[in-house]
Design a protein around this ligand. Structure first.
Ligand code: FAD
Length: 461
């Protein structure tokens, strides 16, 4: 009888296990399936907290609808009737003491028409003229391995990138644009540049793909994103789900793997999936060469702060759904989502719920990381007062420190992942890496990666 252990019960581990379990059932296999999760709950970076009439997503808050597999897994799990979509609205950049609207006709702040560029209130006339060089400058040198920052600046100019694009894009991809490749962010921009001669024209010609305006761009579930986690868990039949069970070490023994747990138990397995962050993988693998590759992968930190107020959210600017900050010294936060506006299901009584994001890229972050929760809350209240002019009585707050938990795919990312895969295949052929540290951070990517991981194991059985 073969044994497969999936370590890490986040969405990748759950998806891997679901595919393995389906195969086991269809093939009437006697394979033993074990899912080991260190914490008390499954879900990892998906964690829903329900408090005082608010639905609070401590980690991920939504799923992008644009991904090809999104509706497939929702239908397969029978969750169609639970789906809710984001409200559409206007997003702002907080700069020079005020909220300025991001042009609606833009993709990650990149104008999707010349008109959109012309109408922007974020960029000077000189900045706009500079950006127009995109229309007549050919791409002769850039490849998908170049930095997205250098690429955008070369064709659209420094000012547009700094004031309108970088605040949006570096927020989405958690990192400096100069450290992120086109391949790991927006590879299609290169195709558009080559095919249409212009990034702006390329986006314009493909507008439908980006659902500009934000309508039904993201989805969640009416009682929270953990609906997805629970749905996977409920489908796992006779899989042994071990919660509060941290893996402390993996050793190879006669072509099998001895998996030791922090509670001193040991299980032998034929296949092991490491669907845990790369830092956690480094802690349980006793192999200097592989650890040497794992440490090359980088991640950043984020503190998420929710504040629920005893005032109606109609106090906020009409149709707005949030702001990001452009310069790093006006507020301590990088962004603020007007959660109760964007997601109706998150506030039972339509009271105001906002979420602030504090990222390690911000100069104020170091000080914040040393603060206790009460001090962080005070910093958040001060940002809300400055940014939104609101200083009402609060009903609830939820602070989550995602320290070193946000993967950053740097320029060398794919090379490092290939090196880890190849070293594992040679020295530990039964061990497979999976999840957001390596193959994409979005929930649909993690689910697809889980499926592929299960298929790799099935092919070896
Ligand atoms: P994880 O969720 O990290 O799961 C790994 C699991 O392994 C954890 O449960 C952990 O406890 C467990 N573990 C670790 N070490 C051990 C060990 N030694 N033994 C046993 N178990 C162990 N994505 C989106 O698509 N939309 C969003 O809106 C979005 N927003 C985000 C906001 C935040 C604040 C964060 C942090 C992430 C967000 N993401 C979002 C990204 C997405 O949530 C993650 O990429 C995805 O959930 C990662 O899933 P995973 O299973 O690969 O890893």
């Amino acid at each position: 009888m073969k044994t497969v252990i999936v370590i890490g019960g986040g969405i990748t581990g759950l998806s891997t296990m679901y595919e393995l379990y389906k195969w086991k059932k269809a093939n009437q296999s006697d394979m033993r399936l074990i899912l080991a999760e260190a914490s008390a709950e499954l879900g990892g970076k998906i964690r829903t907290v329900k408090n005082s009439g608010f639905v609070i997503e401590a980690g991920a808050d939504s799923i992008v609808t644009r991904k090809a597999n999104t509706m497939t897994f929702i239908e397969e799990l029978g969750l169609q009737s639970e789906v809710v979509y984001n409200a559409t609205g206007r997003s702002f950049i907080y700069t020079e003491g005020e909220l300025k609207q991001i042009p609606t006709d833009a993709v990650f702040g990149i104008p999707a028409s010349v008109e959109s560029l012309a109408k922007s209130t974020l960029v000077s006339a000189e900045g706009k003229v500079e950006a127009l060089k995109d229309l007549y400058t050919k791409n002769e040198t850039f490849t998908k391995d170049d930095s997205v920052g250098a690429f955008l600046e070369h064709f659209l100019g420094k000012e547009l990138v700094e004031k309108q694009i970088a605040p949006v894009l570096s927020g989405v991809y958690s990192g400096k644009l100069s450290d992120l490749t086109l391949a790991s962010t927006l590879p299609y921009l290169l195709e558009y540049k080559d095919k249409y001669g212009s990034i702006i024209r390329g986006l314009e010609a493909n507008k439908e793909k980006f659902q500009i305006g934000g309508e039904r761009k993201f989805l969640s579930f009416r009682s929270g994103l953990d609906t997805l986690v629970n749905a996977f868990e409920n489908k796992l039949g006779d899989v042994e789900i071990l919660k509060n069970t941290k893996v402390s070490e993996i050793e190879k023994e006669n072509n099998r793997y001895k998996v030791s747990f922090a509670n001193q138990e040991v299980i032998e397995a034929d296949h092991v999936v490491l669907s845990i962050p790369h830092t956690a993988a480094g802690e349980i693998l006793n192999d200097k060469e592989i650890i040497g590759e794992l440490v090359k992968l980088k991640s950043s930190s984020l503190i998420s702060v929710y504040v629920g107020f005893d005032v109606p959210d109609s106090l906020l600017p009409t149709e707005g759904t949030g702001f990001i900050t452009a310069s790093n010294n006006e507020l301590s936060c990088n962004a603020c989502t007007w959660t109760s506006r964007k997601w109706e299901h998150t506030s039972e009584s339509k009271n105001l719920l906002v979420r602030l994001f504090y990222k390690s890229s911000h100069p104020a972050f170091q000080a914040l990381q040393k603060m206790n929760k009460e001090e962080i809350l005070q910093a958040a209240l001060s940002d809300i007062k400055k940014g939104l002019g609101i200083s009402a009585e609060l009903i609830t707050s939820e602070i989550t420190n995602w320290s070193d938990q946000m993967p950053n795919y740097r320029i060398t990312h794919s090379k490092s992942v290939e090196a880890i895969e190849s070293k594992l295949a040679t020295a530990y052929p039964g061990i497979i890496i999976a999840g957001c540290s390596y193959y994409g951070v979005g929930i649909p990517d993690c689910i697809e990666n889980g499926k592929n991981t299960a298929r790799k194991i099935i092919a070896l059985l």
